[in-house]
Write a protein that binds this ligand. Structure first.
Ligand code: IDC
Length: 393
């Protein structure tokens, strides 16, 4: 603005309401940002955010310069770009996939396809994209689909070096993984993986901006399910934190995507479904996540599932492991079998933790397995062999 439009001025009253995150701006830049909006140099993101600390792509930077040059010459600015095109030009249809089943819907407590028939999704979760993103590559996702999965979960950690520390890079990785799942006809869970940041309210603004953008990007695609808070934990309550968070994010997603299935967590690492059952979030096509690890959790949590179903709460096991809850130990295949038989008997969908070659027992691949597949039995860990064998159960 100093170089090209030094005379431009904005008007606080007229411009600031257009900038959703105005309060995040450093005061030294108020005048320049208001002038940039007023002269059409900047439009902000589709949800109205300026994001002062985010990075720009080369294309975005070029548009700003073009707009400034046009404003200088008294010409109208370049119109704001259309939202990124929905991907998947060529989809390989698969048994149980989205091309066969279409938009999902929740009927009673049962996940169902567009025709209203019960459907069960089974597949793998990525590990943290910031650490094992190579196992969420198009090759890895295609290999998982080739092994019989009809679901993939993109676990985008918020803490621990994830989205909150590198939003642009993590968003790009997550979107690339979702696009790859769509190209493979899989249903795909886009997971806002809170963990060390136990209270979802701590970063509700970031979550709202992220889901607004993603729900717009995938608004025409039936494949995508949104998991809005992996595992609330620590000093959080259902009524005071998780439910208000869910209400906010559900309404953000619904503004763009009126019917996509939304998965909602609960306190105690998404085990307190009894609290949600007593006080559910209003809306359609909402399901509640229950996470278990076969070496740690058993009959008591299964009892909670039956109680919750009896109260009409739809349940989705978006993460489970054959290990202990710390991701190691075991593996506990007998207990895992009891669990999966229980889920099968109730038509409950699941996603296993995790598709990576880390040396921990919950990892589905052995250290050194090729990230892009294909995998045979020798590449799969004990846990991986078990999980993969149950995709069709
Ligand atoms: C674990 C990973 C492990 C990582 C740890 C902390 O397996 O490699 O060091 O997270 O980031 C969950 C979480 C999931 C955990 C998993 C196993 O959703 O992120 O992954 N787990 O501990 N909830 C219960 C267990």
């Amino acid at each position: 603005m100093k170089a090209l439009l030094p005379q431009a001025r904005g008007d606080y009253a007229a411009q600031s309401p257009k900038i959703k995150d105005f309060s995040a701006l450093d005061g030294r830049y108020y005048d320049a940002v208001l002038a940039a909006y007023a002269s059409g140099v900047v439009h902000g993101d589709p949800d109205g955010s300026f994001r002062p600390k985010d990075t720009l792509s080369r294309a975005e930077a070029c548009t700003l310069f073009q707009n400034a040059a046009k404003a200088q010459a008294g010409q109208p600015p370049v119109p704001s770009p259309p939202p990124a095109p929905s991907p998947a030009p060529s989809v390989q249809p698969r048994q149980g996939g989205a091309s066969q089943n279409g938009w999902l819907q929740v009927k009673g407590t049962q996940l169902s396809n567009a025709a209203g028939e019960p459907i069960v999704l089974r597949g793998m979760s990525s590990h943290g994209l910031q650490w094992y993103g190579q196992f969420a590559s198009p090759g890895a996702i295609a290999a998982t689909a080739d092994c019989g999965a009809n679901l993939f979960r993109v676990a985008m950690y918020t803490g621990e070096g994830g989205y909150l520390s590198q939003p642009a890079a993590m968003k790009a990785k997550a979107a690339a993984a979702v696009d790859a799942a769509i190209a493979n006809d899989l249903y795909v869970i886009l997971d806002w993986h809170i963990l060390s940041d136990g209270n979802p309210m701590a970063h509700v603004e970031e979550a709202a901006a992220f889901f607004a953008e993603m729900a717009q990007r995938y608004r025409d695609v039936p494949n995508v399910l949104y998991e809005i808070c992996n595992e609330p934990n620590g000093n959080v309550s259902w009524a005071g934190d998780v439910k208000p968070y869910a209400q906010r994010i559900v309404s953000v997603i619904r503004a763009h995507s009126p019917k996509a299935v939304i998965l909602i967590g609960s306190p105690t690492w998404s085990q307190d479904i009894h609290l949600a059952a007593a006080d559910p979030v209003a809306g359609d096509n909402l399901m509640y996540t229950l996470h278990f690890y076969a070496g740690t959790h058993g009959a008591e949590l299964r009892g909670r599932i039956d109680d919750a179903l009896a109260k009409g709460l739809p349940i989705f096991v978006s993460e489970w492991g054959t290990s202990r809850a710390d991701g190691s130990g075991g593996v506990f295949l007998q207990q895992a079998e009891v669990w999966l038989d229980f889920l099968d008997a109730r038509g409950i969908s699941w996603c296993g933790w995790s598709l990576c070659d880390k040396s921990e027992s919950s990892a589905a691949l052995r250290p050194g397995a090729p990230p892009d597949g294909p995998w045979d039995q020798s590449h799969l860990s004990e846990s991986g062999r078990f999980m993969f064998s149950r995709f069709h159960s």
